[in-house]
Structure formats: C-alpha cells, structure tokens
Design a binder for this molecule. Sequence first.
Ligand code: ADP
Length: 456
Amino acid sequence: MDRAWGWLLPVVFAGGGLALSTFLEGTGLGLGLLVLAAGYSGAHLWLTARGLRRVSEEVLALAAGSSTRANVPAPFRSLGVALDELGRWRGNQVALLQSEQTRLAALLDSVAAGILVVDQQGRVVLANRALAEFFGLQAPPQGKRHPEVARSAQAQEAIDLALAQGVAATRELSLPGGRQLEVQAVPIRRDGQGQGVVAVFYDLTRIRRLERMRKDFVANVSHELRTPLTAIKGCAETLADGALHDPQTTARFVKIIDDHAGRLTRLLDDLLNLARLEADQLELQQESCRVRGLVDACLSAVAQTAAAKGLEIAVEIAPELSALCDRRLVEQGLINLLDNAVKYTPEGGRIRVWAGAAGAAAGLGQTERVEILPGHGAGRRIEVLVADTGIGIPGADLRRVFERFYRVDKGRSRAQGGTGLGLSIVRHVVEVHGERLWVASVLGQGTTFGFTLQSA
Ligand code: ADP
C-alpha cells in the first residue's frame, strides 16, 4: 500500500470498528473489535509521533549545520530523502559562500589602499591588510570603535561626518612615520537608511614626494637661471649707462657676460642631458669600446684646465681592455667626474684614472666606500676609477652630492662654473647601464669615484 494511505489506516480501522461494533453489538463481538481498533490506532499514533519527533530532530540538526544523512523511521523515508537533498544543497551553498568570502578577503587584501568598513554605530565590520599595515594593527579590529583603529583626528572627522550627515568626506592625514594618506569616507545607504561607512585610505607619500621634488627642481632651475641672467643684465645696463666708452671696463664686462652666458649654456646642456637620461624610452646604444680610447677622449676635454692648474694626470689602463657600453653616455659621465676632479683639486695635485678587473685596483679608494648604486649585472665586470688628491667631501654629504643641485660649498662650485648637476648625470648614466657606483673620500686628502661596466 502507498505510504500516504498508511495515515488513513487507523482512522479507517477505528471508524470501521465502530460501525462493525454497532452492527454486531447484539452478537457480543462488537466490543472486542472496538478495543482492537482503538489499540491499533493508539499504537500507530504513538509511532507516528515518535517518527515526527525524529524528523524534527533531524531538521534541527540540519539547521545547526550537520552534514550527516538524515536518519528517520520508515514511514518518513521520503521526508528523509528531501531532508538529505536540502542538506546537500545547503552544504553547497555554504561552500560557495565560503569560497566567495575567501575570494573577497584575498581581493581586499591585495588592494594597495586601506579599506575600513564601519556600521552605523561606528564599529568596525571589516578592515583589509593595507589598513592594518598603515595603522600598525596587531589584532583583528572587528567590533572596535573606529577611532581606536584609524588613529588619526582627520580620519575620525571624515568617518563621523559621513556617519552623521550621510555625505562623503575627504581628508588628508600624516602618520607618525611620515606617511601621507588621503581618506575618502563614503556612507552606505539602503532604502534611504544609513547602514555605515566605507573609508578608503590612499597612500599619497610617493606622489607628494614627487610633487615636492618637482617644485624644488623648478625653484632650483629658476634660481640657477636667474643668477647668470641678473649678472648679464647688470653688465649690459652698466655698459649702456656709459661704461661702453671705457675700453678697460668694457672688456671686463664683456668677459663677465661671456662667462655667465657659458654658464647658462652648460646648465641648459646638463638639464637636457638629465631629461634624456630620465626619459622612459631611453635606448642604450651598446657597443664594444676600448676603455683607454674612451678615457683619452674625455681627458682632452679637461686637459687645458688641468694643465693651467699644474695638475698631474696619470692613466693606468691596459690598451686592450674593452667594455660593452653606450659610449656617448659613459663619456658624458666620465667627463663630469674628470671635470670635478680638476675643479676640486688644488694646484699641483694629482689625478689618477684607473680601469681594470673589478676589485683589482691597488691603493685607490681604499677608505670606506659608500655604495650609491648596487648594480645588478651578471658576468665579468671591469671597474673604472677616478681618484684625486683634492679637497675631499665630508662623510655626511657623500650620498647627497648625487642629488640634483646639491653642492657641499655653493660658492666654490659656482666660482668653478659648476651647475650642480654633474654627479646626478653620472648616477643616471651608471643606473641606465645597471652598474655599480660608489665613492670614497677623506676630507682634505682626496676623493675616488668608481663605477663598473660590463666586460666586452
Ligand atoms: P658641481 O657642478 O657643483 O660640481 P656636481 O653634481 O658635479 O656639481 O657635484 C656636486 C658637489 O659634489 C660639488 O658641488 C662638490 O661640492 C662635490 N664634489 C664633486 N666632485 C668632487 C671632488 N672630486 N672632490 C670634492 N668635491 C666634489
């Protein structure tokens, strides 16, 4: 019999028994049948109630997350099958939800911006890894009030404003380590009701540093341009005011104008060289070069000044030594190093240019070397050193001299016609080759600059 009719059985039995008992009342069998029917109905009802209790226990277990098959008595087997199906579906949904959550967490953690979600009471619901890093969070911040997590007056102000007024708010803040952040707090609304706030923290440190560098650069260039221009204009005005008629004054002023025009030209050349070196699309024209020939070509550019100062220049380079490099760029850098050696070495001093296998130089730059660029080339390297017996560079300035316009002694540099860009060009030249650059100096005794090149 179909299981659904089983439910009717006690009723049919009870009803039938009652009718039969009425019919058979006279016979004496009626009462016996009635007792039998009532007994059967009672037993069946008891069994049904027990089965239903089991089913409800299974439903409760399923709700609590049980994943075992429903164990229900025979009359409820179809219900058990349905419960198993429901359990499987629920298991799949939970797995899906968990994988979605894992994916969302991974996604939020991979975002560079810090993300903080708070509920309408200002309690933290979610915070990603970047936010934990920005604010040095040690423990999960969920449930804490937002000022305990994003510890910054500006961040609190933005979040509170978004919570209280339901409007987006943006603020900038500085963290104790010097990091510059911008926070954008946006209210979450559902059906016109505030549900909390999403605050996104962007790291502006690099952008602000670049902006500062750009401003400093523009200010420096303007200053560097103004100085010679002012001098040229002053001379021209003085000449126009009558000094033209005095040949001696005229000659002196024309010399000053010429010097400053030369300085302007050098400055513009250096600026253009720097711009080219910094251009992203710079393509190295690598070729095999004899280092000796390359150094000789550069020396000819400074020979006259060196001779005028009575400087001795010694070159120690094996004629066959070759390097693979962009000849034009390396010459540019080398001329700057030689030019500095000549400028900052007093009369009668000595300049040595050495090139050979990396690490084989004897007696040059053996004092503490300050590494400016580590270099990342593989394979055999040669090293080029330019050493002088000049005024030296104080230890505190050794790194800074490679910054644009940084000079240890501004007056001395300008008097020597320096643009303050020479060493930043050197650094760029070595950097675009992916090579190593270092400097060693003893104040009052001399300086050695060294860089590597790929051996050809
Ligand atoms: P500048 O045009 O002023 O020479 P550079 O960028 O070439 O600009 O050099 C920066 C500063 O580093 C110089 O002003 C000078 O103070 C210092 N410097 C560079 N080379 C030497 C050197 N060989 N000896 C001493 N000081 C040097």
